[in-house]
Design a protein around this ligand. Structure first.
Ligand SMILES: NC(=O)c1ccc[n+]([C@@H]2O[C@H](COP(=O)([O-])OP(=O)(O)OC[C@H]3O[C@@H](n4cnc5c(N)ncnc54)[C@H](O)[C@@H]3O)[C@@H](O)[C@H]2O)c1
Length: 312
């Protein structure tokens, strides 16, 4: 298949690129190396892909519809894995318009190009942030969507566009609601990345609020596997992609400290706005619809991650 991966130099996107190349697909990576975090980290992510014969990199912006259309047309793209986004809750609170432009309008550009140029399928990276205010746990896909950040709202919009393009135009789309993904190349703004760095240096770990809020964490290989499976399954559907288990943020910090064998102290500071109190995925729909199951639990995933970080 000829696959376009938007955001292919990012954390999840670059792992997906590697996996698609391994499976002998042709891969075009579209990324604008947004400075949200250091772009040199993103160049490092795609270092091995760059030398692959079936890989090409286009430095461009999904907000530019003409550019997206040209890339799809010139490369005869068959499948689009749409991962480019302004990720991150806090930055969306600082600049909601940028988040909307990239995540909502950018997704619309992708869908418009796909529909007009005969792309076979679009797989859209959504997020557990669409749920926001918890009514019950675990979140199944029918749980009300009341996001608590502009980021969550932009992801709701993108999901709806994907569903509507399927229902009205017959463009095959699948949205995957990833629950906090972690592993090698994790975004530097995510808690697991920050806590591990601190623990490896025996520095204090800062937790916003009381640390009793909980998260469902998904290991990168499990997230990528679900994304690959969506190429041929789940048309018009939305799936939760999580581990189906949760841990408190205090518990997470304690686990990381224990795995590193270091002696960081945990300190609590004021809670931040825009964060959901709890996330936990009901993954029954993805098990049935995609034939997918997570393989790596948080303890094993953290050990793998800390081993990689420790070597650097
Ligand atoms: N990491 C997680 O825990 C998580 C959880 C839920 C959903 N997601 C979603 O998964 C996707 C990938 O997330 P990630 O953690 O790998 O983030 P990331 O920031 O590492 O990757 C996103 C990539 O998109 C690129 N990008 C940003 N704006 C762009 C634009 N206008 N045009 C082209 N490229 C652009 C960035 O440069 C970056 O390389 C995103 O859609 C994110 O919202 C991630």
């Amino acid at each position: 298949m000829i696959c376009l991966v938007t955001g292919g130099a990012g954390f999840i996107g670059s792992h997906l690129v590697d996996r698609l190349l391994l499976e002998k697909h042709e891969v075009i990576c579209l990324d604008n190396f947004d400075p949200y975090y250091n772009p040199s980290i993103k160049r490092e992510h795609i270092k091995s892909a760059i030398s692959a014969e079936k890989f090409s990199l286009v430095e461009g912006d999904i907000r530019n519809r003409k550019q997206v259309e040209d890339i799809v047309k010139d490369n005869s793209v068959e499948i689009i894995y749409h991962l480019a986004a302004q990720a991150g809750v806090r930055v969306s609170i600082e600049n909601p318009s940028k988040t909307h432009d990239i995540n909502a309008t950018g997704t619309l550009n992708i869908l418009e190009a796909a529909r007009s140029l005969g792309v076979k399928k679009v797989i859209n990276a959504s997020s557990s942030s669409v749920y926001g205010k918890m009514k019950y746990l675990p979140f199944d896909e029918e749980h009300p969507k009341n996001p608590v950040s502009p980021y969550g709202a932009s992801k709701v919009a993108a999901e709806h566009y994907c569903r509507i393009f399927y229902e009205i135009y017959g463009l095959r789309t699948t949205s995957l609601r990833y629950f906090t993904v972690y592993g090698e190349r994790i975004r530097p703004d995510l808690a697991i990345s920050i806590f591990t760095k601190k623990a490896l240096n025996s520095e204090p770990i800062e937790i916003y609020g009381d640390g009793n809020y909980t998260r469902d964490f998904t290991y990168i290989d499990d997230a990528v596997q679900a994304t690959i499976l969506a190429m041929n399954k789940g048309d018009g559907e939305i799936y939760n992609i999580g581990s189906g288990k949760r841990i408190t943020i205090n518990g997470l910090a304690e686990k990381i400290i224990a795995i590193t064998g270091n002696k960081s102290k945990i300190i609590h500071t004021a809670a931040k706005k825009g964060e959901a109190e709890h996330t936990l995925a009901n993954i029954e729909k993805a098990k049935k619809g995609l034939g997918w199951e997570p393989k790596i639990d948080i303890t094993d995933g953290l050990k793998l991650y800390v081993d990689i970080k420790g070597l650097h």
